[in-house]
Design a protein around this ligand. Structure first.
Ligand SMILES: NC(=O)c1ccc[n+]([C@@H]2O[C@H](COP(=O)([O-])OP(=O)(O)OC[C@H]3O[C@@H](n4cnc5c(N)ncnc54)[C@H](O)[C@@H]3O)[C@@H](O)[C@H]2O)c1
Length: 346
């Protein structure tokens, strides 16, 4: 094993935890998670340990606390890279509480970048989002598509976040930075032992479907049935969380192969397939052989009508392609939900 460390901020969260597993399985580096558990439980680490057989080093730290962030990164020893997942991610919550989102997502990013500079960390990956594209007429979206108006404060934190990463890359030529624009990560680890388990009520489709199916929430509300799409519901590009996780390993490898020019690159992470909310519900019903209680409700502020990615740039540069089908995503999310039920029964 190498003596240097990859820091994963938000490592107890949904995508961070799956990425830690892939880093442990596919790279020689040590891993350190920095998380304040604002939307996760430290129990995630024992789940990762059960799957990987390796202990997860972690420090509980609020990355909005500058001094504490600098101390935590210093404690890591020699840091080869930082993958910065930590952020708040609910579009509707960001519309209701913009200050919370701007403060948490921007201040934590600034502190983590400052620490990266202070400790000469050569590789930096930023969790961005397809929400930076806004409502684009031209689909599929490409990395060089012009960014639209951000539809929510959350989306705006990601647009600004990318600009902040760019500005730091401009003055830190030794830094190799990559912003990854995730489309809609769903599903769970193939073991059934790890998946999405947010502290705050979920607002994303798949965790809501799962909670309704097991009776933890009353119904799925489809936010809008009158969009200009093939069945009136929104269209998204659902991509398996473990595919997203392996893309981070590929991005790190890309960054480490040779100094990048320019030293900040942007890649979309999606399957390239647009799936409507109603089609996703049908996939769940057919995989699990059960009816889901759902109804069409009004549109939700902050949502775009349709978005899916052009996959070519990521395939060519990173050699990454999403592998899991929508049915596999639903089946694995369902297996994880069953595991959570068993755990709750003791
Ligand atoms: N899940 C998605 O649908 C999606 C889509 C696009 C982009 N993203 C981005 O990917 C990243 C990870 O998302 P996720 O789905 O794993 O979310 P998550 O909420 O499961 O994980 C985020 C983690 O960051 C931690 N965190 C938040 N603020 C923090 C702070 N100030 N200090 C320390 N820890 C903090 C939370 O406790 C949580 O464990 C986020 O930046 C999110 O915006 C997610």
């Amino acid at each position: 094993m190498e003596d240097s460390t990859i820091i994963v901020t938000g490592g107890a969260g949904y995508i961070g935890s799956h990425t830690i597993i892939e880093l442990m399985e596919r790279t020689p580096f040590k891993v350190l998670s920095l998380d304040n558990h604002a939307n996760s439980s430290p129990r995630t680490y024992s789940r990762i340990e059960a799957i990987s057989g390796r202990r997860v080093r972690s420090i509980q730290v609020d990355l909005c606390d500058r001094e504490a962030t600098l101390r935590a990164v210093a404690e890591a020893g020699q840091v080869k890279g930082i993958i910065h997942f930590a952020a708040f991610k609910s579009v509707p919550e960001s519309v209701r509480e913009p200050g919370l989102y701007y403060r948490n997502n921007i201040v934590s990013l600034l502190n983590v970048l400052e620490a990266a500079g202070a400790y000469r960390v050569p590789h930096f990956i930023f969790s961005s989002s397809c929400s930076v594209y806004g409502n684009l007429a031209e689909l599929p979206v490409r990395e060089d598509s012009p960014l639209g108006q951000p539809e929510s404060p959350y989306a705006h934190t990601k647009q600004v976040g990318e600009r902040i990463v760019q500005a730091h890359a401009d003055v830190m030529p030794e830094l190799n930075a990559i912003s990854l624009r995730y489309f809609n990560p769903v599903g769970a680890h193939r073991s059934g032992l790890l998946g999405e388990d947010p502290i705050n009520p979920p607002t994303n489709l798949v965790p809501v479907i799962m909670r309704v199916a097991v009776g933890r929430m009353p119904e799925v509300v489809v936010h809008g049935g009158d969009y200009d799409t093939r069945d009136g519901s929104c269209i998204r590009d659902y991509v398996h969380v473990s595919d997203i996780a392996t893309a981070h390993v590929k991005a790190l490898e890309h960054s480490m192969r040779a100094p990048m020019a320019p030293n900040h690159a942007i890649f979309n992470l999606g399957t390239g397939q647009g799936v409507s909310v109603l089609e996703a519900i049908t996939a769940f019903e057919s995989v699990t052989q059960q009816r889901l209680n759902y109804r069409i409700g009004p549109r939700r502020a902050g949502d775009v009508a349709a978005i899916y990615t052009d996959t070519r740039r990521t395939e060519q540069a990173l050699g990454w392609k999403a592998e899991h089908s929508l049915n596999e995503m639903m089946a694995m999310a369902w297996a994880w939900e069953q595991h959570l039920l068993q755990e709750a029964k003791g």
